[in-house]
Write a protein that binds this ligand. Sequence first.
Ligand code: DGI
Ligand code: FE
Ligand code: FE
Ligand code: FE
Length: 188
Amino acid sequence: MGRNELLAAMKDRMPERRYIHTIGVADTAIELATRFNLDTKKAETAGILHDSCKYADRVWMKEVIKGENMNPLLLEYHHELWHGPVGAYVAQREFHVEDEDLLNAIRYHTTGRANMSDLEKIIYIADMIEPNRQFSGVEELRKAAQELPLDELMSKCITHSIGFLISKGQPVFPDSFQCYNDILQKRR
Ligand code: DGI
Ligand code: FE
Ligand code: FE
Ligand code: FE
């Protein structure tokens, strides 16, 4: 499916505000892919599909996580963490995405993980800095996205995310900590 067809499918699955975020992530992912010499088409498709399950039924998502033998730890954490892995499942089943790297970019877009591919990193980053995002510190991350090497940029983003969760007293999913440790240790 092409951009317009995929976008039309997303429009039916989410409120307007989330649809605008989706377009922002897709376009930011294309910009990052261009800057870092990655496949812009894959980046665009991952960006469009990344939040397809943001409003999916919780009971259904729980069944998919169990039935598809996804990480059972997901069910012990906030249901917000489910739409990435279940979104990858939907991308494959419903939108016929077969590229494993593209599926992983959707799967890990909320938490990150250790040993992320470049595509996974740019989707994680695009989700955070797309033009419609507003949070304290986002301008600095946007500036970093124009200037820093990919791993330094990813490091800033995951550090910000984990710091934010901790400041709110929220539990942090292990993949996020592993992402943080991995990227810091590789940069030394
Ligand atoms: O779907 P989006 O809103 O575009 O963004 P997202 O998929 O990156 O994050 C969705 C939510 O999940 C966001 O409110 C932050 C939260 N989150 C991300 N990582 C963790 C987390 N929440 C907890 N409790 N633990 C995490 O590790
Ligand atoms: Fe998301
Ligand atoms: Fe995110
Ligand atoms: Fe998102």
